[in-house]
Ligand binder design. Structure first.
Ligand code: HEC
Length: 472
């Protein structure tokens, strides 16, 4: 008996010694994963609440890291892995999840500093890109409460001649009040006034909901416009329509801070004589805040071989065949009068959006956008030969994460795409501010939206006009 115990111990000892020789350590096993999958957000100045740059930063979070990765709450990624391939897929492999979990369970040790990979040279001052040109947006006061409409403002472009922009980023001054900032490059018009905010006075009831049919989209009779000069508090009202127009070149949304076209050898041409039209939407957070946001760019020295375009961009050569029916291609919900979510409806399928591609296209990005009642989004293509393929399925859409999915879809002319979004207007949806009311499309997060946001890559000199038509 005694002999047996000794034998067992003798056998066990070398195995334990072997394990002790290579425990899971921070420097060797954990840090490489944090660098690759977490630090874009988990470093000072970024969206996440704590830094995971160093052992000292990460050690107190070991248990929370295990919980967050084993439940797949972190990193945020919502594409159903059964469909599509995404260049920017930041989800963890099962083996990486196990590494982080084992590290937390085995005392979260540091290990030998010599094992650590070099620190990632993250851009400074909170940027995601390292901008070469920076534009300051005028400081904007945000009141403690109330509804702020989407405001437009025109600013001169920071570029002198024709410029190929290779990446762009909006750095919010105070992320807690910036709901979104979008901008587009538009040709300067004689009527454009710089440094003046302009917005539609949307008629709202006491709950903040707009009247169906007048949510600030389009050019309706009886619209009231408000303007305010930068630096002044005086708001002027007039009947009429917006004087500024905007397409959608780039948007800052939580979780989507910058666009970088360098990976595709692409850029976006900003011709000389272009203005930057910025659309700003603040949400009050209970405190009076002055926001100072910035826009940053990198630019190409020589024109790159490809250009990047988003659906909805291109005033002179619209991506979408310019017919009235196609206007709603940007916000599928916006011009669709049948988009109406009944009270307490837990699984509302919005009228689907059908797109037909009128030329061969290359789509590199899909960014489904809905508001707080949005629950899922699916993009399905039917090729001219009849073959069908789901190219993106987001079964658990989360409004708090406006993620872009980087695809590589080469679709021949005649391919059709169907986009379907679902919404939960029941009390089960914990983000639902009011399950008792009908919900229509609108700009505010408690109203709804359905926007598929396709991003295209084209040869630099290719014609842009009429890449797609909305057929339903
Ligand atoms: C796209 C940005 C982003 C990425 C990438 C990201 N996080 Fe987070 N993380 C956040 C934000 C924002 C929060 C706070 C809000 C929340 O909990 O949703 C957070 C919260 C957390 C928390 C706290 C969770 C809790 O329950 O309070 C942990 C732990 C965490 N992240 C770990 C990680 C790890 C580990 C990775 C990489 C494997 C990662 N995160 C990747 C943005 C990110």
């Amino acid at each position: 008996m005694t002999r047996f115990v000794f034998a067992a111990l003798a056998l066990a000892m070398p195995a334990m010694a072997g394990e002790a020789a290579s425990p899971i350590t921070f420097t060797k096993d954990v840090l490489p994963v944090l660098q690759k999958n977490c630090q874009t957000c988990h470093r000072p100045g970024q969206v996440a609440p704590m830094s995971l740059l160093t052992y000292k930063d990460a050690r107190p979070w070991a248990k929370a890291i295990k919980a967050a990765v084993t439940t797949r709450k972190m990193p945020p990624w919502f594409a159903d892995p059964k469909y599509g391939h995404f260049a920017n897929d930041r989800s963890l492999k099962q083996s990486e999840i196990e590494t982080l979990a084992k590290w937390a369970d085995s005392g979260a040790v540091e290990g030998d500093p010599k094992d650590a990979p070099a620190a990632v040279p993250w851009p400074k001052d909170g940027w995601g890109i390292q901008p070469e040109v920076v534009m300051d947006l005028p400081p904007h006061d945000v009141p403690a409460k109330g509804v702020l409409e989407w405001e437009l403002i025109a600013l001169p472009s920071p570029f002198k001649g024709d410029t190929w922009v290779t990446s762009m980023e909006i750095l919010p001054g105070d992320a807690s009040v910036v709901h979104h900032i979008c901008f587009s490059f538009e040709k300067h018009r004689d009527t454009t006034v710089y440094n003046r905010y302009e917005w539609v006075q949307v008629p709202r009831d006491e709950t903040g909901n707009a009247t169906p049919g007048n949510t600030g989209f389009g050019e309706l009779p009886g619209m009231v416009m408000a303007t305010r000069d930068v630096g002044s508090n005086e708001v002027k009202l007039r009947q009429g329509h917006p004087t500024l127009r905007q397409s959608l070149d780039f948007c800052y949304l939580p979780g989507a801070g910058y666009d970088d076209y360098r990976a595709w050898n692409a850029a976006k041409l900003v011709p000389a004589g272009t203005d930057v039209i910025v659309s700003i939407h603040y949400t009050a957070n209970g405190k009076v805040v002055t926001d100072r946001s910035k826009i940053g760019f990198t630019v190409a020295k020589n024109p790159p071989p490809k250009k990047f375009l988003v659906q909805g961009s291109g005033e002179d050569e619209p991506v979408i065949a310019p017919t009235a029916a196609n206007e709603r291609a940007v916000f599928a919900s916006a011009y669709n009068p049948t988009f109406a979510i009944p009270p307490n409806e837990a699984n509302y399928l919005a009228p689907p959006m059908d797109i037909t591609f009128l030329k061969d296209v290359e789509i590199v990005r899909l960014r489904p956008h809905a508001h707080v009642r949005g629950t899922s989004a699916q993009y399905r293509v039917t090729y001219p030969d009849g073959r069908e393929e789901v190219v993106l399925n987001v079964p658990n859409y989360d409004f708090n994460w406006q993620l872009s999915y980087g695809t590589a879809l080469k679709l021949p002319k005649g391919t059709r795409m169907r986009v379907e979004f679902r919404y939960d207007n029941s009390a089960n949806n914990k983000n639902n501010p009011d399950p008792k009311r009908w919900v229509y499309q609108g700009f505010q997060s408690w109203e709804e939206m359905m926007a598929p946001n396709l991003g295209f890559i084209l040869d630099r000199d290719a014609d842009v006009g009429g890449l797609m038509a909305v057929t339903n």
